[in-house]
Design a protein around this ligand. Sequence first.
Ligand code: NAD
Length: 535
Amino acid sequence: MATLNITPSSASTVLSTPFVNEAFVDFTDAGNKRAMEEALATVANSLGREYDIIIGGKHLQTAKKIVSTNPARPEQVIGIHQHAGVEHVDEAVKAAQAAFATWSKTPVEQRVDLLFRAADVIRERKFELCAWLTYEVGKNWAESDADVAETIDFLEFYGREALRIQQVQPPIQFPGERNQLRYIPLGVGAVIPPWNFPFAIMAGMTAAAIVCGNTVVLKPSVDSPTIASKFMEIMEEIGLPDGVINLCQGEGPEFGSALVAHPQTRFIAFTGSKAVGLDIHERAAKTQPGQIFIKRTILEMGGKDAILVEPDSDLDAAVEGVVLSAFGFNGQKCSACSRAIVNESIYDAFCDKLVARVARIKTGDPVENVYTGPVISERSYRKVLDYLKIGKEEGRLLIGGDAIETESGGYYIAPTVIADVAPTARIVLEEIFGPVLAIIKSRSFDESLAIANNTEYGLTGAVYTTSREKLTRAAEEFHVGNLYFNRKCTGAMVGAHPFGGFNMSGTDSKAGGPDYLLLFTQAKSVAEKLGTVSE
Ligand code: NAD
């Protein structure tokens, strides 16, 4: 194992510095704009490089490759990655197990220092990392910056949280005993992130796991492998011991599923679609020969998020909130608003204002910082186009409704709004994960709440109203993990909005909240009879 090159620990003083979210970059500032343009130009010169998979600190090459391309220009190769197959699973888990023996005993302050130092490096390289995200997944500059800022927030927040929870907890002291409760790591985990927040969710789940003393096999999405390799480069650069993170770029149904099933995989931290989350849940529940524990799953899944617009609301603010929530990053956020539920008395006015606002959205190459770019892949493009066909039959197309053809062959789809949709229509119930908004007319607040709750998901939601009574009712009755009042339903901030959903949106793990790290630990109670050992 490599030695951990830790500076004198800043960890003990850090708790006295309150956590503050990383500030977003103001790209209207000429200096920041120039810095981003320069970063895009520099990264353009590094596109197409090969990256290794890394198991137990060893860099490995394979015959088969995973090729990451730019969704705005599918011909442009972002990175070529070695391909971890089923044959690598056991090796990766064993490497993680070997590292666990030391890493789990490494003082928490050192583990925390590693996270803080990673955050520092990411801060220094912010524009470059934003540029990688813009090329690899088609985020505009602000969306890339939000992803990088959230990554820094997770590292800073979980570092502080680890210090807090690793202090021995004083439980009730039973008379005649000294009682302690301490949180210890679980073992080897599988970290399986999605492509849509390919930096923040990938690094966030990994950081949460390792700061608690676990070691992991990290399997990023095949649609966003390069940013994960960049993260791993940073972790190696700052002295991550071998085997603590084993980076295996592999396919979900092949490598991912075999990793979940491995008898030594103690826990699975997954974020992605409902179908895959449920598959992992089932697979993890099956006890394998040689398995001596019950696997823990932390599963964050899809959404079909709604915004309720009431007659007493500020209509312009509601329109803006719906547009930003529905079309930011093309609706490719689990928190994206895909349903606007609007009271009949303001329905027509809302639709008119919304269409006028959506008509002003510009779609184009994210490198040029256009508001909406392409969807992630050809597969996603085809899926969204299929839903547009269904949507046109299920409602009245107000705007959009088609692909946008470009010379670059990017996967562009026009921001689409479909009105007069029944609460039970497919485009109202199924997650599309693209720039498609359904508008549903409602006769009352009761009906709006009923429609909002009538999906199998329960991730985010918002209500626009000036009525305290309605907000109080929504807080009680709108069944979602992240509820917002008089603001958009996307953009959860680490610390302020612990994130996770109900029902088929997942296990409600509340990433970025005070309970999250406990999911990566098990609590050990130690009771000693007083007076039995001379001190
Ligand atoms: P996905 O489910 O297709 O893939 C997620 C990850 O699982 C990828 O790394 C993939 O390779 C892997 N995978 C695929 N099949 C697997 C299998 N059989 N076994 C093990 N691993 C497997 O999701 P995606 O397209 O990458 O991401 C979009 C989805 O993620 C949307 O549904 C979105 O709502 C959801 N999401 C949820 C949250 C949240 O916090 N709830 C956040 C972001 C995204």
